[in-house]
Design a protein around this ligand. Structure first.
Ligand SMILES: [Mg+2]
Length: 119
């Protein structure tokens, strides 16, 4: 069984591509990246909906593992966001790992922001 510990992002890109082929989505399983980017924000909103109107105690319960039902709903929407992200990276031909590491380096080396972000 694939999981975060043994799967590669390339494998996941291909799993999403195979789903698109099975479903007949896009041209030969490749959907318009503009549409994919827009769909990604819709899925991000669906993820955020599960946080809407939570009070700090609710968030603490999530973090402490006391609300597994809500975590499952969040995880499912996260998967939708991630699947579009994987599709976007595959279609536009960029390497997710290279881009994340590049961005970490950029953030690491840029001057601090003039405000203190909330923890
Ligand atoms: Mg969704």
């Amino acid at each position: 069984m694939m999981n975060d510990g043994n799967a590669t992002l390339n494998q996941l890109k291909e799993e999403v591509h195979k789903l698109c082929l099975r479903k007949g989505w896009g041209v030969e399983g490749v959907q318009d990246p503009q549409h994919v980017a827009m769909a990604m924000t819709v899925e991000m909103s669906e993820l955020l909906e599960h946080f809407q109107w939570l009070n700090p105690e609710d968030v603490q319960a999530l973090m402490a593992g006391r609300d597994p039902e809500r975590v499952a709903l969040i995880a499912e929407e996260f998967a939708d966001v991630m699947m579009y992200g994987l599709q976007l990276a595959r279609t536009l031909g960029f390497d997710i790992t290279e881009q994340v590491l590049r961005k970490i380096d950029i953030v690491d080396h840029r001057p601090p922001k003039p405000y203190n972000p909330v923890r």
